[in-house]
Design a protein. Structure first.
Length: 489
């Protein structure tokens, strides 16, 4: 058998379920990988080795039942915005370090859901402070480095999760996405990253998030592994029916549908719109780099070669979008549960700017913003309705060097973030599913001897995760990015 980290998550699951390898052996293998590689990368904020060993041993006391078979014994980790009982949650912030450390007594719903699916958590993955930015560089722990080029950003806010998967320190990992925070690091690190439709997941589905922006989702090295983790995030009863505490606009697919779609890749001939629309073009100069456009054109050519119908999908700018997203970003920061002046003083300048500005906004302003958000969502649904999928660039540029984003000037940093990631926030604002896949690699350089991955984003209609996964599976069969690994592999 190949080295355990070289196996896909799907193959690793089979080895675990057949008894070819034990949860303890798998856990030890990936703990060694983390110990060897993470000092150069900074993907983990903490490694809970002893708790992981105890968890693996407890799983070995009995073979998995139906409820656990999904990811029984599979190593993963929690993003450091999620609470796991007994493990400190740091939120990527000095405000929760040292004497201000916070250790929850109860796990979040998503953590509990993945535990029930059988995972073994190896620790906490790095995130920017409170997940507020698309780059993972913090004052408390430093930078999470891109494994393809250690001088560049890994993206964010699920930067630690993406790096851990890309470098073979985890088979798969959950992330969260409020403006692209799964898809951005996936694109930067050469992974498949999926933001589900708002409400698909009972835990972290976005229904209870401010403006419905933030959802949980999977990060993986290939399409089938992303589908496997997505399946495990959905709570089902003994009959396989998805159980939701809240009403949705669409029914969940039957158990196994997403994995079957990713493996089978059957879609028929799809009508695909091609776009470089960015809602940030009104206030900022948004220019896709040659590398971003090259990946888009290569993806479009591949889709055409697969027999799909492609056409341009123009869209009018809506000047209100920037005000909408800025307000929700600031109000989200304003809800950070901190009032102690000493803790507030420990926040990074960008977070202080967002929090202080957000706390000055009144109820009328927020109400007007939410109304404008609903209009933007309706307009976006009308835009995508004639198509099965819309394809967009994954990023606006190659991942910038570490330290490129302004650490002091919030306004300047926001502009830079929009220029780096101009195409992702549409899916969050409209509650749509979106999936990022790698397409090609840039030319090698001294710091990136194997090049940098560049990808595209597939944007779908509500509830169309199976279509997106099937289409990504088709691209993967042609482009075969699963054999591409970063230098630290």
């Amino acid at each position: 058998m190949a080295e355990l980290h070289e196996l896909t998550a799907l193959a690793l699951r089979k080895a675990l379920l057949t008894g070819e390898v034990s949860p303890t052996a798998v856990t030890e293998h990936f703990l060694r990988r983390i110990a060897e590689r993470d000092p150069s990368l900074g993907a983990f904020v903490q490694v809970t080795a002893e708790a992981a060993r105890q968890r693996a041993e407890s799983l070995e006391q009995g073979r998995p039942g139906a409820a656990q078979a999904g990811l029984w014994g599979m190593p993963s980790a929690d993003k450091d915005l999620s609470d796991r009982a007994g493990v400190p949650t740091g939120f990527g912030s000095r405000a929760f370090a040292d004497e201000y450390a916070y250790t929850p007594a109860v796990s979040d719903a998503l953590v509990t859901q993945l535990d029930q699916a059988g995972i073994v958590s190896l620790g906490k993955t790095a995130t920017p402070e409170f997940g507020l930015s698309p780059f993972t560089e913090t004052q408390v722990l430093g930078a999470t480095r891109n494994p393809w080029d250690l001088t560049r950003t890994s993206g964010g806010s699920s930067g630690g999760a993406a790096v851990a998967v890309a470098a073979g320190m985890l088979p798969v990992a959950p992330g969260s996405d409020g403006g692209g925070s799964i898809r951005i690091p996936a694109a930067a690190c050469g992974l498949v990253g999926l933001k589900p439709t708002r409400g698909l997941l009972p835990a972290g589905g976005g229904v209870d998030a401010l403006g419905g922006l933030t959802t949980a989702g999977p990060l993986a090295r290939n399409t089938a592994d992303a589908a496997l983790l997505l399946e495990a995030m959905i709570t089902r009863d003994a009959a396989g029916r998805a159980a939701y505490p809240l009403s949705l606009r669409f029914p969940a697919a039957a158990a196994g549908t997403y994995l079957s779609a990713a493996l089978g890749g059957q879609t028929g001939r799809l009508r695909i719109g091609v776009s470089t629309f960015s809602p940030w073009e009104d206030p900022y100069e948004i220019v896709a780099s040659p590398e971003a456009l090259s990946a888009l054109h290569a993806g479009v050519d591949t889709l055409a070669g697969l027999g799909h119908e492609l056409e341009q999908a123009p869209r009018e700018l809506e000047p209100s979008f920037t005000a909408i997203f800025r307000t929700l970003w600031m109000v989200g920061a304003a809800t950070i549960p901190l009032d102690d002046p000493a803790q507030l003083a420990r926040l990074e300048p960008l977070t202080q700017w967002l929090l202080s500005t957000g706390r000055t906004l009144g109820a009328r302003h927020l109400a007007d913003t939410l109304a404008a958000l609903s209009r933007f969502e309706r307009n976006t649904l009308e835009w995508i309705a004639p198509y099965d999928v819309i394809v967009l660039p994954g990023l606006g540029t190659v991942p910038p060097p570490l330290g490129w984003f302004d650490p002091q000037d919030g306004e300047r940093s926001f502009e830079q973030q929009c220029q780096f990631t101009p195409y992702t926030a549409v899916a969050n604002a409209a509650g749509l599913p979106a999936l990022t896949v790698p397409i090609e690699w840039t030319a090698p350089t001294e710091t990136a001897p194997l090049g940098l991955p560049m990808g595209i984003q597939l944007l779908g209609n509500p509830g169309s995760e199976a279509t997106l996964l099937a289409l990504a599976g088709q691209l993967e069969q042609v482009l075969d990015w699963t054999d591409r690994h970063p230098p630290l592999w």
